[in-house]
Ligand binder design. Structure first.
Ligand SMILES: [Zn+2]
Ligand SMILES: [Zn+2]
Length: 596
């Protein structure tokens, strides 16, 4: 195929060399003024890619592309803009042999602007190199432009420094959300070079409660949060020409969760799962900021030990770690833990759930959870494929569910509404499955908080590092736990809690439901279910902006058959800092079983 597109590139580069700066295309687009140094798009790699219309189907090179450009300004900080698609391998941009950036993978042609520090571009001829050590990866790259002005002036950057403490004045690791007046995520800069996990709209502090971030000039609401047990603290800044802001945040522990720890049963890193964007180092820091007390690593078909990275970052009492595995089959994903980091990996080619369950337990796991049963859609998720009947709780395929729990709340699976998930679960319970509910985040990315969906786990100790893996796993497996998004609760009947069983007593069934939340959260409605039927409803009086902790009591009618009781609470979702599209807050207790 004739590579007509590459001609202007060569012409441009040659012209730039021969004629100097004035010959190169000086353009003013909507982001900044500067010099275009590579006009078209090139294709590097070893495959034919006719579907990539922006560049030639045949490659212009294998693993390296070099061209020269002339600069008339000379040594100063600049911005470099370019467009790229499908950089899977580590593709590095260098100017004059000095590192500028590593390309990020995007499925579509996407524009990036990166800073070029002072000391790289020189007056006169410069050499631009794009290369990878792993040749064979196909990508497109081009539309490269260098700004005349420094990067920080191009974007009119403002520095925000934060310090977060708790009510004792002790440093507190926090998630800092930064949204504009129209609730848009603040554009952040130099994220790659920051020691603080940073993405548009968010930065996490270190364990000392400190973070710094560069954003574009504007008006912002900045929110410090530390999971569902703590208050938030918010500051508004308006752009008055100040170049930097020092903000102090003070968060209060508002929800008493004595006797319970919170687990995120579903966590990924880009490092080990290959999608999303959170490196293992970033994940270790975000877990502390989100106050996720039990962090269960579940990369796809891998068993990753977080502890060396936790040690590197000084994590001790902030949270504890359990190594797990998201055993990812063609017919469902199964979070399994604990599993030895150096142990054998369960065979993910098994799609019979009972056989898979045995395979996973043989490798050492004590808990198996079926994840996101309706993802990627109601019909294409495992419950759709196996045709779960939401009335009978039976699978048309006849498959045996064979797991300990299902994800009732996966805060990154916003396509599965809570009312659908709960209908599935209740049908399964009514069909006689001893299956518990779990909550998780499924976070792969820094922007997606850990522990947003979370599982509250009964615990003898309130210090995460003192809780044993075995005890945590047993309590999740046996339902001494609950699933939640933003709320905390405890349900008891005659002193028996979630996952426990009692015999119908002569004295009656006295249910108590304690529901609690921090001052930014809300609860407005509670349903009490017996065997999937609502037997009692509570409208909670409005109580804006206060920490809430109340116990509701109700006497249940005597049961006429073996029964199960679940309490569910709903709250209104908080503002734009709350990073999920789920429309409400939820709490669901695991069942208490009553023997007739
Ligand atoms: Zn999954
Ligand atoms: Zn996952």
């Amino acid at each position: 195929m004739q590579k007509t597109h590459s001609l202007p590139i060569i012409v441009l580069a040659v012209l730039a060399l021969v004629l100097g700066h004035s010959s190169a295309t000086d353009v003013q687009d909507d982001s900044f003024s500067g010099q275009v140094i590579l006009e078209g798009m090139i294709h590097l790699g070893d495959n034919t890619t006719p579907e990539w219309e922006e560049a030639a189907a045949e490659p212009d090179g294998l693993g390296e592309y070099v061209f020269k450009f002339k600069d008339s300004i000379g040594d100063s900080e600049r911005a470099l803009a370019f467009t790229t698609r499908d950089a899977h391998s580590e593709w590095v941009v260098k100017i004059n042999g000095k590192y500028v950036c590593t390309l990020k993978h995007r499925g579509e042609p996407s524009e990036f602007v990166v800073p070029v520090p002072k000391g790289i571009i020189r007056k006169g001829v410069n050499t631009f190199t794009l290369s990878t050590e792993k040749s064979g990866d196909d990508l497109t790259f081009g539309r490269v432009k260098i700004s005349d002005e420094p990067y920080s002036e191009v974007f009119d950057l403002r520095a925000i420094s934060v310090k977060c403490v708790d009510s004792n004045g002790s440093p507190l690791a926090c998630r800092i959300s930064i949204v504009g007046s129209d609730d848009s995520l603040a554009k952040t800069h130099f994220a790659d070079k920051s020691p603080f996990p940073t993405r548009d709209g968010v930065v996490y502090t270190n364990l000392d409660g400190i973070a710094e971030v560069l954003v574009e000039a504007g008006d912002y609401t900045i929110t410090a949060s530390h999971g569902p047990e703590f208050s938030i603290d918010q500051k508004n800044i308006t752009d008055s020409g100040e170049m930097s802001y020092d903000l102090n945040f003070n968060l209060i522990h508002e929800v008493d969760t004595t006797g319970w720890l919170s687990a995120d049963t579903h966590l990924h890193t880009y490092t080990h799962s290959g999608h999303g964007d959170a490196s293992t180092d970033e994940r270790i820091i975000t877990l502390a900021g989100d106050h996720t007390e039990i962090a269960i690593s579940t990369d796809h078909n891998k068993q990753i030990d977080y502890r060396p990275t936790m040690k590197k970052h000084g994590v001790k009492d902030e949270y504890t770690h359990i190594t797990g595995n998201e055993v990812s089959t063609d017919l469902g994903h199964f979070n399994s833990f604990p599993l030895p980091a150096d142990g054998a990996i369960p065979d993910a080619s098994i799609t019979n759930w009972a056989l898979l369950n045995k395979e996973i337990r043989d490798k050492g796991a004590e808990v198996v959870i079926l994840n996101h049963p309706r993802w990627p859609s109601f019909v294409k998720g495992p419950f759709g494929v196996q045709e779960l009947n939401q009335e009978t709780g039976l699978f048309t395929s006849g498959i045996d569910l064979a797991v300990d729990a299902i994800e009732l709340i996966n805060s990154d699976d916003e396509g599965s509404p809570f009312d659908v998930s709960i209908k599935d679960w209740f049908a399964l319970l009514n069909a006689g499955n001893h299956v518990m509910a779990a909550g998780s985040s499924d976070s792969h990315a820094v922007y997606v908080p850990t522990g947003l969906g979370r599982t509250w786990v009964k615990s003898k100790t309130d210090v995460p590092s003192k809780a044993t893996q075995r005890r945590i796993a047993a309590n999740i497996r046996d339902g001494h736990s609950s699933a939640a998004l933003g709320l905390f609760g405890v349900v008891e009947i005659n002193g028996k809690g979630s996952g426990e069983q009692l015999k119908q007593p002569m004295s009656g069934l006295n249910l108590s439901f304690r529901i609690a939340h921090a001052s930014w959260a809300d609860v407005y409605h509670i349903d009490v279910y017996v065997n999937g039927e609502v037997v009692h409803q509570i409208e909670v009086p409005p109580h804006k902006d206060i920490a809430f902790d109340k116990t509701f009591n109700h006497t249940l009618a005597d049961v006429e058959q073996d029964s199960w009781v679940v309490c569910v609470a709903y709250g209104k979702r908080p503002g734009a800092w709350w990073a999920t599209d789920f429309p409400e807050l939820y709490f669901a207790s695991n069942p208490i079983f009553i023997k007739k």
